[in-house]
Ligand binder design. Structure first.
Ligand code: 5RP
Length: 223
């Protein structure tokens, strides 16, 4: 099976976690796009969605799924999102699509985080994928030095030769060279640095379930 087919498989498997009559938390990325497409087939059974990005909102609306503001919904039963890396305890690196801040916000108001990913995303330790960190631009140069002091090389993510601007009007640093052995401690430490909006380690809001697309079908990992 191709990686794209594995993504389709887990996108469809995630429908099992959608509660009838509920508002669903929806993440961002190519795997989530498969979930959104699958969700369209059962849209009459749900109230709608809270989305973690402009891109997902547009896709949901185009398929006729109502999108609510996060602030208008108290609690979500489930949040479905992809990951750039997930370890065997459900800790993730996210933000490859630059949507990490809104993803963490929607995950925080959800009772269950269901991660959907193809098997290439499962790792022993986080840190191979360049770690996305959303930052306030005036802090960028100091934050690059702070990551260097812990052995990381941080670069500003570009789009069309200019710093990428997130949905929140901020920049993204991508940090290589880190081996994140204690994701919870790392997330708590870096989140305290002035100018960091969101670090792409999801350990506080870790996955409760991972639907992993493999050559032999969907494996369900629970944490
Ligand atoms: C976006 C994300 C995505 O979940 C992550 O990048 C995985 O994307 P894909 O499903 O396209 O591999 O965190 O900010």
């Amino acid at each position: 099976m191709t990686q794209d087919e594995l993504k389709t498989l887990v996108g469809q498997a995630a429908l099992h976690y959608v509660e009838p009559g509920s508002v669903v938390g929806v993440g961002t990325g190519s795997t989530v796009n498969k979930f959104i497409d699958a969700l369209a087939a059962i849209k009459h059974t749900i109230k709608g969605a809270v989305s973690s990005s402009v891109a997902s909102t547009e896709r949901l609306k185009a398929l006729g799924i109502e999108v609510f503001e996060a602030g208008d919904v108290q609690e979500l039963a489930v949040y479905i999102d992809g990951a750039d890396e997930i370890d065997h305890a459900g800790h993730m690196v996210k933000g490859g699509g630059a949507a990490l801040t809104r993803e963490k916000i929607v995950a925080a108001q959800s009772r269950k985080f269901v991660c959907i990913a193809d098997e290439s995303k499962l790792v022993e330790a986080l840190g191979q994928f360049p770690l996305p960190v959303e930052v306030v631009p005036m802090a960028t140069q100091r934050l690059i030095r702070q990551f260097a002091a812990m052995g990381g090389l941080a670069t500003i993510r570009l789009k069309d030769g200019q710093p990428l601007i997130t949905d929140n009007g901020q920049h993204i640093l991508d940090v290589t060279g880190l081996r994140i052995t204690d994701p919870l401690a790392f997330e708590n430490q870096v989140s305290q640095w002035p100018g960091v909006v969101t670090v792409g380690v999801f350990a506080v809001q870790k996955a409760n379930v991972c639907l992993l697309g493999t050559a032999s079908g969907v494996k369900t990992l629970t944490f």
